[in-house]
Design a protein. Structure first.
Length: 260
């Protein structure tokens, strides 16, 4: 899964490069990755100017002049590239978008797990940066469940935009164990958690912006203080522990309070 800071910066880069450019051609290797036929995709998008690119949850959305929207939901095996249209390197890419600038946006995914949706449905679940993502929303959400807090944070059906890596970062900064039962977390700590979510993600976006986002894969590990296999200790010197369960890898320290 692509993490939010990387997606934010990619959206910025693509918007600068492709905004107001006409989509001349679209190629896709596997129709199973689409929610419509390849023919419908081409009829909806080809020949139209791209007007806006933004991050929505953990996806990228491309809006064209005719108001058609294409959503890219990228898997862990995916890579994004901007290349020249005469490049032979893109022949086997899963998705290629050819623009009038002479460049193309390519999605490479050897496992073919990425999904592309034309006219994605409007989500009622709040994005992590939306005005609906209030402390009141988080308090009500957590008070009504016996699930572990990390499971809640990464559930895109509850909050859109927090991935596995930054959930660990957020919970460490908030001093809450990822294994805490959500409803057992005190009210004052939930309010701190709400502020920490935005603080950690906004800081990560700022730091990611200093890098060339298209030169690294999903997230630069150097930006992660806790969810990082190369680090043995937290910024405060405590041992970073790792737990793997149900295909989820969680990094944490004993500094984080466990609420049960």
């Amino acid at each position: 899964m692509f993490e939010l800071p990387y997606l934010e910066i990619c959206a910025e880069i693509f918007d600068k490069r492709f905004k107001n450019r006409v989509l001349h051609k679209v190629d896709i290797q596997q129709e199973k990755c689409l929610n419509v036929s390849i023919l419908e995709l081409r009829e909806s998008l080809v020949g139209n100017e791209l007007k806006k690119i933004w991050r929505e949850g953990l996806s990228l959305r491309f809006q064209f002049k005719n108001y058609a929207v294409l959503e890219l939901s990228l898997s862990d095996s995916a890579q994004l590239h901007v290349i020249e249209q005469n490049s032979d390197y893109a022949d086997s890419d899963l998705l290629n978008l050819y623009f009038s600038s002479g460049q193309m946006l390519s999605v490479r995914d050897t496992q073919e797990l990425s999904r592309f949706r034309l006219k994605p449905v409007h989500e009622s679940v709040p994005d992590v940066f939306s005005k609906e993502m209030t402390s009141e929303y988080l308090i009500e959400l957590l008070s009504s469940t016996e699930e572990e807090i990390k499971s809640i944070l990464v559930d895109q059906g509850l909050i859109r935009g927090i991935g596995e890596a930054y959930a660990d970062e957020i919970l460490w900064y908030a001093e809450i164990s990822p294994f805490s039962i959500a409803s057992k977390i005190p009210l004052d700590k939930v309010k701190i958690l709400h502020k920490t979510i935005k603080y950690v993600l906004l800081d990560a976006i700022k730091e990611t912006r200093k890098l060339n986002a298209l030169k690294f894969d999903k997230v630069d590990p150097d930006l992660l203080m806790i969810h990082n296999a190369d680090r043995k200790n937290s910024p405060t010197g405590k041992t970073i522990k790792v737990k793997i369960w149900n295909d989820t890898t969680t990094y944490y320290t004993d500094e984080q309070m466990l609420y049960k």
